[in-house]
Ligand binder design. Structure first.
Ligand SMILES: NC(=O)c1ccc[n+]([C@@H]2O[C@H](COP(=O)([O-])OP(=O)(O)OC[C@H]3O[C@@H](n4cnc5c(N)ncnc54)[C@H](O)[C@@H]3O)[C@@H](O)[C@H]2O)c1
Ligand SMILES: [Zn+2]
Length: 357
């Protein structure tokens, strides 16, 4: 149970879909004091991870007289945790916040590690404005996963695959062989705990991302570029995202493309680069490619997107010099190499490989 006695006011930030799916579980299992928090419910989706949403949170806190002794609870996926963390860390030079992740992705990745922020720029750059700020607590409640759509479950699973690829061949094999339809068992709970523990062990050694933590960028140079491209395309009136998953044989149409799907496509492209540049065995690239195709489908890009993707990667905040593109690659599973400079020609080849699948 949460001890809220040291805060003068408690505020709850969530989004529309989470409010509809998770508030009863939140009040019955975590909060135990219904409606003692003022609530702000934002629209759902990555397209709302904007400065305008941050302003809405600041306004909400100001209008409801939040002080430096107040608490903001972020109940939701990575978007809510990132936005709420940033707004709390900047409101009156910083108030306390707690993350209560409700997606698998937020549980294993976004809610822990102290990175907060929002998407900004033209072309849009993911998480281009943000700061490091740690929640006073992160509360894990697997019951939230019961209402999570299958594509969101897969989205989080991609970050777990990333952690396992960085960790060891055994950790990766366990995830690749796990039946993804089984997401409420104790075994799955154990896999989540191990993934969270892995991320925490890395973050504890390098909170401010100066060295070791950069291994967690594996899959994200290409992945973030695909995600930003999808966001740009989503602004076109004729564009619909269609995903097919083996968990759910129907096609779902979404208003934003799940982060973890882009990470899975990025993992495959960067595994290919790892083979090209650092000698990652070709079988590993094929195994990851097969897993991607079976569970996430083909990447939603064509050769006409290469230039835009390369331009987006050149703007990536992970690059130290303008114009160069830097990735985390793998020498083998469990042996990451940070800060690998990749040429545009090598990236083009990796994108061609991804599109050929
Ligand atoms: N700060 C970090 O270190 C970090 C790490 C990884 C990802 N991220 C960020 O996280 C974001 C992606 O997170 P996400 O995938 O959780 O996206 P999200 O927050 O948009 O959630 C995905 C969708 O699921 C809905 N949802 C959430 N929980 C639900 C539940 N239990 N039942 C039913 N529906 C539910 C949401 O309303 C939303 O529509 C990206 O913006 C990414 O950049 C941040
Ligand atoms: Zn990620």
């Amino acid at each position: 149970m949460l001890d809220l006695s040291k805060y003068d006011r408690v505020f709850l930030l969530t989004d529309e879909q989470v409010a509809a799916s998770c508030l009863p579980v939140f009040y019955s299992t975590i909060m135990h004091q219904p409606c003692m928090a003022d609530q702000l419910i934002l629209p759902s989706g990555e397209q709302h991870k904007t400065l305008a949403s941050v302003q809405r949170i600041w306004d909400f806190l100001l209008e409801n007289h939040a002080t430096r002794s107040s608490l903001l609870i972020n109940l939701g996926g990575g978007v809510i945790c990132d936005l709420g963390g940033f707004a709390a860390a900047t409101y009156m030079r910083g108030i306390a916040f707690i993350n209560v992740p409700t997606t698998l992705l937020a549980m294993v990745d976004a809610a822990a590690g102290g990175k907060t922020g929002f998407d900004y720029g033209s072309p849009l750059i993911k998480n281009s404005i943000g700061l490091f700020a740690e929640p006073v607590a992160t509360i894990y409640e697997p019951a939230f996963l019961a209402t999570l759509p299958p594509e969101q479950l897969l989205s989080g699973y991609a970050e777990m695959i990333k952690h396992a690829a960085l960790q060891s061949p055994q950790a990766l094999a366990e995830l690749l062989n796990h039946d993804l339809r089984d997401h409420s068992s104790q075994v799955f709970g154990e896999l989540i705990n191990r993934s969270v523990a892995f991320k925490q062990s890395i973050v504890e050694q390098d909170l401010h991302d100066h060295g070791l933590r950069q291994i967690l960028n594996f899959g994200h140079t290409v992945g973030h570029a695909i995600e930003a491209l999808m966001l740009e395309k989503s602004k076109l009136p004729t564009f619909n995202f269609q995903l097919s998953t083996t968990l759910n044989s129907q096609l779902s149409t979404l208003n934003s493309f799940p982060h973890g799907y882009c990470v899975m496509y990025g993992i495959v492209a960067e595994a290919y680069l790892s083979h090209l540049i650092c000698g990652l065995p070709a079988e590993v690239v094929s195994t990851l490619s097969r897993f991607m195709l079976e569970n996430y489908g083909a990447a939603p890009i064509t050769c006409s997107d290469y230039d835009a993707l390369l331009a987006l990667m050149q703007h990536d905040k992970k690059n130290k010099e303008q114009g160069t593109i830097v990735c985390t690659l793998l020498r083998s599973i469990g042996q990451p190499l940070v800060g690998q400079t990749v040429t545009p020609a090598q990236l083009r080849e990796a994108l061609e490989y991804l599109c050929s699948l």
